[in-house]
Design a protein around this ligand. Structure first.
Ligand SMILES: C[S@@+](CC[C@H](N)C(=O)[O-])C[C@H]1O[C@@H](n2cnc3c(N)ncnc32)[C@H](O)[C@@H]1O
Length: 276
């Protein structure tokens, strides 16, 4: 594999792999082989990382404009609120995990934070219009030293990870004591009327519009991928198990989107084992 590694500073390496980070095996790179007879496009656990990486590579150039259309621009507002919940001081070192094309990073830059982005899709990183350093890497194996960051953010990516709990453990390891994490993702409204409207838009309209303007399989995957998302209670428990305290959960638009924020506590098993 051709790989260029650039040291940005003590903590950061910028990897520019020219081949997929996760080998795609014998799957078709256009994702068409994903659909099974019941219309599900969700890959099996062992293939998920490779399939997700290839899918985001494919839709990268139109990703942001599709977000804008499919959420009526609300995704940007939700990221802004999430950043408020992060609540770190100016100049703080914040890693945006699964940064994609850099929507969150641009917000960090505007707030005078020292932002860095990490994603495994080279296509998404190549389409990121940001000045912050970008790292090609895996959210579940962060290339940072223990206690080296003040904040971690993650936007609309939890569902795409193979192991959310591993990502929380890694975030806890790289955050300083008192460091903050803020995550935003899609959700499911509870109110029956909102739930019905949301189902029509998200499960029926989004795959059609996304399919016409970008990629059919990817925008079928989008609503189906909520099946990977644990309940908010479970996510909060996972954060707690990973060494976070002051865990908060809030929802937007009747539950169509949700955010989690938390503070890294003094003690966690992983950092203790790593001798931090
Ligand atoms: C829906 S996009 C979100 C992008 C961006 N955070 C945003 O707010 O628009 C999901 C991103 O997660 C990335 N991703 C999924 N699993 C990952 C992993 N294990 N490590 C790094 N990036 C991952 C994908 O490549 C993709 O860019």
């Amino acid at each position: 594999m051709l790989e260029e590694e650039i040291k940005v500073d003590d903590h950061i390496c910028l990897y520019k792999n020219l081949e997929p980070l996760m080998p795609l095996g014998n799957r078709s790179p256009d994702g068409t082989s994903l659909a099974n007879s019941k219309g599900s496009v969700l890959p099996a656990d062992e293939e998920k990382a490779a399939v997700v990486e290839a899918m985001f590579d494919k839709i990268a150039s139109r990703y942001e404009s599709l977000n804008q259309i499919l959420t009526f621009g609300l995704d940007k507002k939700w990221r802004k609120i999430t950043l408020k919940y992060l609540g770190v001081q100016e100049g703080s070192r914040v890693l945006d995990v699964a940064c994609g094309t850099g929507d969150f990073l641009r917000l960090l830059e505007k707030q005078n934070l020292k932002g860095m982005g990490l994603d495994f899709s080279l296509g998404m990183l190549q389409n990121a219009q940001v000045t912050s350093p970008l790292i090609r890497g895996d959210a579940q194996n962060l290339p940072f030293k223990n206690a080296s960051l003040d904040g971690v953010t993650c936007g609309f990516a939890l569902r795409n990870l193979t192991d959310i709990s591993e990502f929380f453990q890694e975030s806890s390891r790289v955050l300083k004591t008192g460091g903050r994490i803020a995550l935003v993702d899609v959700g499911e409204p509870v109110n029956p009327l909102m739930k019905a409207g949301h189902a029509i838009w998200f499960k029926k309209a989004v795959p059609i519009i996304g399919g016409l303007l970008s990629d059919k399989t990817a925008y079928k995957y989008l609503p189906q991928s909520t099946a990977y998302l644990p309940s908010s209670k479970k996510i909060m428990a996972m954060l707690e198990d990973s060494g976070f305290i002051a865990i908060r959960h809030s929802t937007f638009l009747g539950g169509s989107a949700q955010l989690f924020s938390a503070t890294r506590s003094v003690y966690t098993q992983r950092t203790q084992l790593a001798g931090n």
